[in-house]
Design a protein around this ligand. Structure first.
Ligand code: FAD
Length: 311
């Protein structure tokens, strides 16, 4: 039996049976459909169970990896050691007046739709971002001029040690695709977003326009993790990649999208290793052509596949 599964036996006994899966194929939980096995994949349904997991992991020195909808991560082919925590079952959304209180396992698309239903404006930008509310907080997700930093008011978190803490507006440290959640090991459980009363027809119209813009420009027919690279200051990563002649370049099953150069798509059973090799190839070529080293927006987690002969 795997070392970490053995060391977590006591925790496994304490959690509901269906909240824990052993040796779970992570490709089932990532947007790119890549990634090896997670030793323990835990999907708690209460804050108390989430706290139990973190306290146990902290006490016993078990690594914890948090996964949202897997739409901005590459999980390596060797999978994830220790505990992979996924909050997808903590997905309630409640709206009171202009405040949207969302558990972080809810989808941000779902939150934007609930806001529309209540004629609230401010989350239209998120109507096509395929992540969870928690992933959106972590990344300060944004699109078409809007971002999470504009609307987030308060967040209930668990610290690495498993203590509850409430963070307010001045503690989020938001920047371009960065936040306090990406700097500290905080696990966001529930966030309050403040929106404004608006006109339901106009809100719907804006969401429809943004959806059409995405469907026209992005290769949504293939698994991907969206824009792979951050925008270099004053430039567009996609344009640099396009002008470096890289569109259509393939390594294994991974391809630089012919539709949107900023996307790398899984066209034919790509492994994480194919994908990362293509990322590095794009970085090298763009650097050679333009002297710009592209920084990845996508986050790489997990371990490389072990070589059965040499390990
Ligand atoms: P994951 O990819 O699962 O995780 C990302 C990081 O967030 C990880 O480090 C994880 O540990 C952390 N995290 C997840 N949940 C929590 C939590 N509860 N507390 C603390 N940390 C947490 N992004 C944009 O910003 N704008 C876009 O327009 C956009 N378009 C996209 C289009 C496509 C087709 C795709 C595939 C992706 C796109 N993305 C976009 C990227 C991605 O959807 C966002 O970054 C999203 O916010 C990631 O959320 P997730 O739940 O999938 O997080």
């Amino acid at each position: 039996m795997n070392e970490y599964i053995q060391r977590c036996e006591a925790l496994i006994q304490e959690l509901p049976h269906d909240a824990v899966r052993q040796n779970e194929p992570i490709y089932k939980h990532t947007y790119t459909q890549m990634g090896g096995l997670a030793d323990l994949f835990i999907t708690p349904t209460t804050y108390d169970d989430t706290q139990r997991v973190l306290k146990f992991a902290h006490r016993n020195n078990i690594p914890v990896t948090l996964l949202g909808n897997g739409s901005n991560v590459i999980v390596k082919d060797g999978g994830i050691r220790g505990i992979t925590l996924c909050l997808k079952h903590l997905n309630n959304i409640e709206i009171t007046d202009t405040q949207v209180v969302a558990q972080t396992g809810a989808t941000i698309i779902g939150a934007s739709r609930e806001a529309l239903a209540e004629s609230l404006t401010g989350l239209e930008f998120a109507c096509g971002i395929p992540g969870t509310v928690g992933g959106a907080f972590y990344m300060n997700a944004g699109a078409y001029g809007g971002q999470i930093a504009d609307v987030l008011e308060r967040v209930l978190v668990l610290t690495e040690e498993g203590d509850f803490l409430t963070l307010g507006k001045d503690e989020f440290e938001f920047d371009y695709r960065k936040s306090v959640f990406s700097k500290k090991q905080y696990i966001a459980l529930e966030g309050t977003m403040t929106l404004e009363k608006g006109d339901v027809v106009q809100i719907k119209q804006k969401m429809d326009e943004l959806t059409i813009a995405r469907e026209t420009k992005q290769p949504l027919e293939y698994p991907s993790c969206g824009s792979v690279f951050k925008r270099p200051p004053g430039m567009f990563a996609g344009k640099l990649i396009q002008e470096s002649g890289l569109q259509g370049t393939r390594i294994g099953g991974a391809e630089v999208s012919k539709k949107h150069a900023g996307f790398i798509v899984n066209v034919d059973g790509s492994t994480a290793s194919d994908y990362m090799n293509l990322v590095r190839h794009v970085q090298e070529k763009v650097n050679e052509t333009f002297g710009v080293m592209l920084e990845t927006e996508v986050i790489t987690i997990g371990e490389d596949l072990k070589d059965p002969v040499n390990d």
